[in-house]
Design a binder for this molecule. Structure first.
Ligand code: IMP
Ligand code: MG
Length: 175
């Protein structure tokens, strides 16, 4: 069965905003190297595009997390199921996420990564649903604040589908 997907943010809107974020990050990290950490899988499209728009030296690593508990919203602590390849000690870390919803995932991730003694940790997310926030999270760079709708595309999935859509769409659930 086909899902009904309505365009929320066009490819052009997303591209333009990622360029702006890249410029802002390049200014903020002037004279430094930034170590991008992608939260798989959703963050991968965003991180690739963002990295191309950053003009200071960049290194990259990847991790994957799963949420303990069940249900559709993450309930609390997360567990790293694919860890980083390299140490982050002394690095200026920028975590790159697809979306922050309850904030639980990023909250726990920051807690885990801080113990590894990076020089700094900041958070960059393509999308933010502030209405859904439960955990106390400071977002440093945000592409777009969006309403409480389930979105797909640009890395975001619905049951592992639609990650490859070049735009952000909202899934309209049929009754
Ligand atoms: P949080 O821990 O509630 O902030 O959840 C964050 C994770 O839930 C994101 O990294 C996504 O993987 C997933 N997620 C939250 N909202 C959506 C959505 O609207 N579409 C697709 N995935 C979502
Ligand atoms: Mg994610």
């Amino acid at each position: 069965m086909e899902d009904n997907i309505k365009v929320l943010l066009t490819e052009e809107e997303v591209d333009t905003r990622i360029r702006e974020l890249g410029e802002q990050i390049s200014r903020d990290y002037a004279g430094k190297k930034v170590h991008l950490i992608c939260v798989l899988k959703g963050g991968v499209f965003f991180m690739c595009e963002l990295a191309k728009r950053i003009s200071v030296p960049v290194s990259m690593d990847f991790l994957s997390v799963s949420s303990y508990g069940n249900g559709t919203s993450s309930s609390g602590a997360v567990k790293i199921i694919k860890d980083l390849d390299e140490s982050i000690e002394g690095e200026e870390v920028l975590i790159v996420e697809d979306i922050i919803d309850s904030g639980n995932t990023i909250h726990y991730l920051v807690e885990i990564l801080y113990k590894r003694q990076p020089k700094s940790i900041r958070i960059c997310t393509l999308l933010d649903k502030p209405d859904r926030r439960v955990a106390d999270v400071h977002v440093d760079y945000c592409g777009f604040e969006i309403p409480d709708e389930f979105v797909v595309g640009y890395g975001l999935d619905y049951a592992q589908k639609y990650r490859n859509l070049p735009f952000i769409g909202a899934v309209v659930l049929d009754e």
